[in-house]
Design a protein around this ligand. Structure first.
Ligand SMILES: Nc1nc2c(ncn2[C@@H]2O[C@H](COP(=O)(O)OP(=O)(O)OP(=O)(O)O)[C@@H](O)[C@H]2O)c(=O)[nH]1
Ligand SMILES: [Zn+2]
Length: 206
């Protein structure tokens, strides 16, 4: 069995194109399995619709963080950049139902002042969110991309999310939020920097 991290780190070039026919056949089977009639009028287009929806919500599998953090400029800005409350939709890999919430993404640029456009931080979140995931791995992959691709001196990612697998089924605890964080580089080693990031994330600074 391949371990979950290896699966997540597969090169998109090694992942076959989304197989619509196969996905449609699987949805039809699922409808049969639950006792539905996939040939009744309301369900006729459902396998195709679900296949398209899955193609969309797993599109990140075929994307590279490197392709998203492309626009970089040297502003000579060496101070922290942090985008808070980036909306997040992902899919729990255990139940294939959504988890949703916000990501807070911050980094301290390289000495050279190499920074990226702020929208690219939100795009980076989507690259790793749009695939079967666990919240911990999602958090780690984002922070490590910032360190690797931007040569950031430090980076922090905090994700707060509600998992529908805990809400609509199973333990049924609506409103429970799971918080994960990953901190790297000077954000980890420099106490004041880390405290500043956390204050920004929690909105306790102006
Ligand atoms: N650590 C972690 N766990 C998750 C995440 N998403 C879902 N889970 C958990 O994965 C676990 C899977 O547990 P299992 O016992 O195999 O599955 P299950 O019988 O459906 O479990 P219940 O959800 O408790 O009914 C559950 O406890 C989920 O809450 C995630 O992102 N991170
Ligand atoms: Zn789940």
């Amino acid at each position: 069995m391949t371990d979950p991290v290896t699966v997540a780190e597969r090169d998109p070039g090694d992942i076959p194109d989304f197989d619509h026919a196969r996905a449609e056949a699987a949805v039809r089977e699922l409808l049969l399995a639950i006792g539905e009639d996939p040939d009744r009028e309301g369900l006729l287009e459902t396998p195709a619709r679900v296949a398209r929806a899955y193609a969309e919500t797993t599109a990140g599998l075929r994307m590279r963080a490197e392709d998203v953090l492309t626009t970089t400029f040297d502003l000579g800005h060496g101070e922290m950049v942090l985008v808070r409350d980036i909306e997040l939709w992902s899919m729990c890999e255990h139940h294939l139902v959504p988890f949703t919430g916000v990501a807070h993404v911050g980094y301290i640029p390289a000495e050279s002042g190499k920074i990226t456009g702020i929208s690219k931080l939100a795009r980076l979140v989507d690259v790793y969110a749009q695939r079967p995931q666990v919240q911990e791995r999602l958090t780690t992959q984002i922070v490590e991309s910032l360190m690797r691709i931007l040569d950031a001196r430090g980076a922090v990612v905090v994700i707060e999310a509600e998992h529908l697998c805990m809400t609509m089924r199973g333990v049924r605890k609506a409103g429970a939020r799971t918080i994960t964080s990953a901190v790297r580089g000077t954000m980890l080693t420099d106490q004041a920097t880390r405290a500043e990031a956390m204050a920004l994330i929690h909105g306790t600074t102006r």
